[in-house]
Design a protein around this ligand. Structure first.
Ligand SMILES: NC(=O)c1ccc[n+]([C@@H]2O[C@H](COP(=O)([O-])OP(=O)(O)OC[C@H]3O[C@@H](n4cnc5c(N)ncnc54)[C@H](OP(=O)(O)O)[C@@H]3O)[C@@H](O)[C@H]2O)c1
Length: 354
């Protein structure tokens, strides 16, 4: 039976697919929208993704404002929600620490406060780098005692987006524990398109990567043959999110959404290049060198090197036992990655021209 849900970030890439899934399965869903005038367009997009537009309703607000900027009437509307899904984020490179904190940390805490006040579960979408413990140590995050972390120093090492995603993770858990409220966090890898339609939105990191490859900007493969950029398809991610949201055993747990058999970066670029009909880079270039080049004023922009995006290219493998357990429990299977990548490239070429 359907329940009422409250979703932040519903107009975003993952959010649209989540709305499609929730509304198609009979859940009446309240979406926090910065611009409520976009509701009809959102309903149309959700309908195209297989959702039921009639189940989508909007409340006006902004997570960077006190009380999420909700009017009293809208606060009343969302008070019937049985689950709060938090996906909204300022998701771009080059964010200042102030801006990233205001939206991604303080905003997440405001959503957590709402869930705790309603005494319902908060389902938050985090990011998989929080489970790369070697990375956390290297950038100065104290995993065992996060309060000891010098966050401004972390932001200066990894940039506003990743710094704020990590800080919000620990801040939200701490808040929910103190409030005695339930949370579940899903940590996706870089999200690729829908495994059948290839649907993806402009602005996603994978779209940027595909365009750079198409335009011949990849002269070499960053890192070695051990480096990879873990991926997950948006449909698998959304299925996992909805499974854990309603599972009593997943209260106060975290789960990774990541396709362990994503090819290494060289293989990934080869797959994408094959569909694009361009040559894949053969040689390798050290990530340290790219980071150094990115620091030279003007050069980073000319070579299209985003220092922040290099953090996600790594040699780390992840403990997938919790996700594998859930896959068995819910009979989930990860879609074939090569096919999903091919469909994503075709979607980008057909629908997202530069
Ligand atoms: N996509 C990935 O590869 C990836 C990987 C790991 C984790 N994640 C995480 O997954 C979540 C969803 O990502 P996505 O790719 O779907 O992001 P996205 O497409 O960039 O969408 C971001 C969403 O956040 C909303 N938003 C931004 N600032 C807001 C504010 N101040 N108040 C209210 N809403 C605000 C946007 O609304 P507007 O329409 O008003 O702009 C939009 O709906 C994020 O938390 C992201 O950090 C994503």
């Amino acid at each position: 039976m359907g329940v009422e849900c409250f979703v932040t970030g519903g107009s975003g890439f993952v959010g649209q697919h989540l709305l499609a899934r929730l509304s198609a399965t009979g859940h009446k869903t309240w979406v926090l929208m910065r611009n409520r005038d976009h509701l009809e367009r959102l309903r149309e997009q959700v309908g195209q993704l297989g959702g039921n537009p009639a189940n989508i309703h909007a409340v006006a607000g902004d997570i960077s404002r006190d009380g999420l900027g909700l009017s009293e009437a809208d606060r009343q509307s969302v008070s019937c929600a049985s689950v709060v899904f938090h996906l909204a984020a300022a998701f771009s490179w080059g964010l200042t620490m102030e801006r990233a904190r205001a939206v991604n940390v303080q905003g997440a805490l405001r959503v957590a406060r709402l869930a705790a006040s309603l005494r319902v579960r908060l389902v938050m979408v985090g990011g998989y780098m929080v489970q790369n413990f070697a990375f956390l140590t290297r950038i100065g995050v104290d995993y065992d005692c996060p309060a000891n972390t010098d966050w401004p120093a972390v932001y200066s090492r990894v940039g506003g987006y990743e710094g704020s995603k990590l800080e919000s993770h620990f801040a939200v858990i701490r808040y929910m524990q103190q409030a005695g409220a339930d949370y579940t966090i899903v940590h996706p890898a870089t999200v690729c398109g829908h495994s059948e339609s290839g649907h993806i939105l402009a602005g996603q990191p994978l779209v940027e990567l595909i365009r750079n490859l198409a335009q011949g900007r990849f002269k070499a493969v960053p890192g070695s043959t051990r480096h990879w950029l873990p991926m997950v398809s948006v449909d698998y991610l959304v299925t996992l999110i909805t499974c854990v949201a309603f599972d009593p055993l997943l209260a106060n747990r975290q789960v990774l959404a990541l396709h362990e058999h994503t090819p290494n970066l060289q293989g990934l670029l080869r797959e994408l290049a094959k569909t694009l009909g361009v040559k894949a880079p053969q040689r390798h270039v050290a990530i340290g060198l790219l980071r150094w080049l990115a620091m030279i004023p003007g050069l980073a922009a000319r070579l299209e090197i985003r220092a922040e995006s290099l953090n996600f290219i790594q040699t780390q493998r992840f403990d997938m036992s919790e996700s594998e357990h859930l896959e068995r429990k819910y009979r989930l299977t990860q879609p074939d990655m090569a096919q999903t990548l091919e469909r994503t490239v075709r979607y980008v070429m057909a629908h997202l021209p530069d």
